[in-house]
Design a binder for this molecule. Sequence first.
Ligand code: GLN
Length: 192
Amino acid sequence: MKIAVLSVQGAFIEHEKMLSLLGVQSFEIRQKRDLEQEFDGLILPGGESTVMGKLLKELDLFEPLKKKIKEGLPVLGTCAGLILLAEKISNDENTYLGTLPVTVRRNAYGRQLGSFYTEEEVTGVGKIPMAFIRAPFVESAGADTEIIARVDGNIVGVKYHNQIGVSFHPEVTECTRLHEYFLRICQAHSKP
Ligand code: GLN
C-alpha cells in the first residue's frame, strides 16, 4: 500500500512519520507530476488552508486531485485539510476541492485561544486523543455525510464515502488509531 501526502505546506511530515510507524509507504505530492504514480490514499494535512489553496491553484493540482477523490480515492483531511475538502466555508468566500458535503467554519474556536487538547470517541475508531490547533468545526453536514465525532456538541469528524475529515490533528499525538482506520478504508478500496 502507498499513501500520498500533500506536502506543499503544513504538518505533512508528522503524517509521514505516523505512516512509517505503521509500516506503510508514503510519498509527497509537491507538483503535478507526483500524481503520475499509483497510490491507494491521500492525506491532506493541517496548516493554513488559504496558503495551501493558493499553492494548489498555482501548481495546477486542484482538478487532478478533485477528479481522483470523486472517483473514490480515499482521502483523510485533518484541520486545514478538512477545510480544503469542504463544499462550503461559512466565514470565507473561497472553496477549494469542495468534494465533502459539509459547511465548515474556520478558526471556529477563536484565533488566539483556539488550541486545546481533549479525548473523545470517534465512530469506528474508539476514544482517541485529539489536538485542536486554531481548528475549524463542521457547522452542518449533508444528509449522506456520517458524523463520526463531536466535542462539546460541535461536529469535529465526518465521513462521506471514502472521504474522512477531522478538525483535530491525530498526527501530533502518539495515537495511530485514526490513521489505522483510514488505512483500512484504503485497503478495502484498493482490494475490494
Ligand atoms: N486555521 C487554519 C486554517 O484556517 C487551520 C489550522 C490548522 O490546520 N491547524 O486554515
